[in-house]
Design a protein. Structure first.
Length: 298
C-alpha cells in the first residue's frame, strides 16, 4: 500500500521542482524528504526519480503516479467534506485568500453574512496575488480563494484545484482627464508613446499590462510600478502615466482620471482544493461570496 503522505511529497516535487522547495513547503529537512521519497520508490517497486548531477526529475512512472496522487488526494478531500457535512453545525477555522481589489469590495459583505449565519466559524482573510493562490490552497494555507485571470492572459487549470465562476469585469485604460483621446481609435495604441504604470514584476497585473501592449504591437515605457489600484489611479491623476485598471479597482476614480473601456476582461473564480466543494464551510463561503457579489453589482 502506498503511503499518502509520501504521495503528497511526490506530487509537490512535480509541482515545485526541487527537493529543497518541497522541504521548505512542508517544514522538513531536505534529507527527510529524500528519505520519504526513497521509501515511496521502494513501495512502488519501480524507479520514480532519476538524478542528473544535483537535480532530480520524475521518471515516466513517477509522472503517472503523480496523476494518481492528485486523484487520491481529491478523494480524501471529498471524504473529509462528507464527514464534515454529517456533523451538526459549522465550526473551525476557514482561511480565505483574496486579491487586493476584492478585499474592500466583495469580502466585507460576505464576511458579515458568514459571521451572522455561522457564528462559530473562525474566518481568517489573507491578501495574496493570484499567482500565489494555487500553492496556498495545496499547502493548506488557504481553504477558499478568490482567484482571477484575464482573457488575454489565461491561467492553465490546476489539477489540484476546483473552482466556480464568480465575476467578469471590464478592464479600463486609465488616462489623465486632460489627455486628448481619439475615441474612434484603439486607446492602447494611442498610448504607445505614453509612460506606463504597471504592477510589480512577477505579478499577474504586470504580465497583463505587457501582454496588452504587445498585442497592440509595442513594448510599454514603464515609469512606475504600483500594485494598489488606489495608488495607481493617484499616479495617473498626477499625470505620471497611464495604467490598466479593472472595474473593482476603479470604483471611486479621482476626478482627474478618465477610464476608457477595453475589450479585455478579468475573470474571477472561487477556488478550493479539488474534492472540497461539498465541504459545508466551503459551500457556505461560496454562497456568501456569490450573494455579496450580486449585491455589489446591483
Amino acid at each position: 500500500m502506498l503511503d499518502v503522505r509520501r504521495l503528497r511529497l511526490l506530487r509537490d516535487l512535480a509541482r515545485l521542482g526541487t527537493i529543497a522547495a518541497v522541504a521548505q513547503a512542508h517544514a522538513y529537512t531536505p534529507s527527510a524528504v529524500s528519505q520519504q521519497l526513497a521509501a515511496l520508490q521502494r513501495e512502488a517497486g519501480v524507479p520514480l526519480l532519476e538524478h542528473t548531477g544535483r537535480s532530480v526529475s520524475l521518471t515516466p512512472a513517477g509522472t503517472a503516479l503523480v496523476h494518481h496522487a492528485e486523484t487520491v488526494l481529491a478523494a480524501l478531500e471529498a471524504a473529509s467534506a462528507t464527514l464534515a457535512a454529517a456533523r451538526t453545525g459549522l465550526s473551525g477555522t476557514v482561511r480565505i485568500g483574496a486579491f487586493p481589489s476584492a478585499v474592500p469590495t466583495l469580502l466585507p459583505a460576505a464576511l458579515v453574512a458568514l459571521g451572522r449565519d455561522h457564528p462559530t466559524l473562525d474566518l481568517m482573510v489573507t491578501e495574496l496575488d493570484p499567482v500565489d493562490m494555487p500553492d496556498a490552497l495545496r499547502d493548506r494555507r488557504l481553504d477558499v480563494a478568490l482567484w482571477h485571470d484575464y482573457d488575454i492572459a489565461p491561467v492553465e487549470p490546476d489539477p489540484g484545484v476546483d473552482s466556480v465562476p464568480l465575476l467578469d469585469e471590464t478592464v479600463f485604460l486609465a488616462v489623465p482627464a486632460d489627455e486628448v483621446v481619439d475615441r474612434a481609435g484603439d486607446p492602447v495604441d494611442d498610448a504607445r508613446e505614453a509612460a506606463w504604470i504597471v504592477g510589480s514584476p512577477g505579478t499577474l497585473c504586470h504580465t497583463v499590462a505587457l501582454r496588452v501592449c504587445q498585442t497592440a504591437g509595442f513594448t510599454p515605457r514603464v515609469r512606475h510600478h504600483a500594485d494598489d489600484f488606489t495608488a495607481v489611479l493617484a499616479l495617473v491623476a498626477a499625470g505620471q502615466g497611464v495604467a490598466l485598471v479593472p472595474e473593482l479597482g476603479a470604483t471611486h476614480p479621482p476626478a482627474d482620471v478618465r477610464l476608457l473601456p477595453l475589450d479585455v476582461h478579468r475573470r474571477t473564480r472561487i477556488a478550493y482544493r479539488r474534492g472540497a466543494g461539498a465541504h459545508p464551510a466551503v459551500a457556505a463561503c461560496v454562497t456568501a461570496l456569490e450573494a455579496a457579489t450580486g449585491a455589489y453589482r446591483a
